[in-house]
Design a protein around this ligand. Structure first.
Ligand code: RIB
Length: 307
């Protein structure tokens, strides 16, 4: 069973010629209201490719965004029985996407800020649980949940996104509660800085995090694909597809969701890495975090066609 413990947002997405600098106002012709939130995105990415149960523990508000987000998760096959509806408004993300598909995101956390490990029923915690964490709900709640899952013999994937302010000791606690730690370049450099190192490359940062944290560290590198280091220094690399991105929002979440699905199904890490890299590339071909996430059939067809 894949348990995604994390955020649900409604994304308000505006296309802009260039992302505004501090103090600048830019105009966009309009905006789209799209489903998002790192946790919800990862759950949908996993559910689209996995035969396993994918359940979310999260919170939404008693509002239209919350209702729509829950309906979307359900439609995508995510179990929402343990999502709490409360008084805080549903989380909302304000996203500007520029002409080359890069984005800048502001998240108003709302209900995500009230997520607690008390929301997670014992029935979802077992040796069969693969838990997926991110950084958009309170850290103490994610840490407590990760520890519960591992104490039951389950495994934890922790996506260090977004890389928020964390102390060195908090990062040490996260790594100690994690089996697979997933970062992009910015997140890798933030984490490795907290470990007291300043490596010259993403590759070296991932190697240090894996060795110091005694975890498998997976680093996504956009067009350069993804690399993984085991704690003993074993290295894997998977290529991305050669694409022209339309919108990179949700690409990292697609990677995490597919990697989780493959790891839960017992795939070797290199195979999981390859499929996750292909899926993340496909996710960049449509506007919005979830629109381009592949189904199992699409993912396998692309894998057969090669990168
Ligand atoms: O990773 C992309 C996601 O980050 C968006 O869907 C947005 O909601 C923010 O959480």
């Amino acid at each position: 069973m894949i348990l995604v413990f994390g955020s649900i947002n409604m994304d308000l997405v505006a296309s802009v010629a260039a992302i505004p600098r501090p103090g600048e106002t830019v105009l966009s012709r309009g905006y789209r209201t799209l489903f998002g939130g790192k946790g919800a995105n990862q759950a949908v990415a996993a559910a689209r490719v996995s035969a396993d149960t994918v359940a979310m523990v999260a919170r939404v508000g008693r509002d239209g965004f919350g209702e729509a987000c829950l309906a979307n998760l359900k439609e995508n096959g995510v179990v929402i029985d343990h999502v709490v509806t409360g008084e805080d408004p549903t989380g909302c993300a304000f996203i500007a996407v520029d002409a080359v598909g890069e984005n800048a995101i502001t998240v108003a956390s709302g209900a995500n800020g009230a997520v607690s490990t008390a929301d997670l029923p014992d029935v979802l915690v077992s040796a069969d649980t693969l838990a997926v964490m991110q950084m958009e709900v309170p850290l103490e709640a994610s840490l407590a949940t990760a520890r519960r899952v591992r104490a039951a013999g389950g495994r934890v994937i922790w996506n260090f996104a977004p890389a928020t302010d964390l102390s060195a000791s908090e990062l040490a606690e996260v790594l100690a509660a994690t089996d697979i730690f997933i970062v992009n370049e910015h997140e890798a450099m933030t984490a490795v800085g907290l470990l007291g190192a300043a490596p010259p490359s993403l590759e070296e940062a991932a190697r240090i995090i894996a060795a110091e944290g005694r975890v498998t560290c997976v680093a996504t590198a956009g067009a350069a694909g993804a690399i993984a280091f085991g704690p003993e220094g074993t290295r894997h690399h998977a290529a991305a597809l050669d694409i022209r991105p339309v919108d990179t929002t949700g690409a990292g979440d697609t990677f995490v969701g597919i990697l989780a699905a493959e790891v839960a199904a017992g795939s070797a890490l290199i195979d999981a890495l390859r499929l996750a890299s292909i899926g993340a590339s496909l996710a960049c071909l449509k506007v919005g975090a979830q629109a381009g996430m592949p189904t199992r059939a699409e993912l396998e067809a692309q894998a057969r066609a090669g990168v």
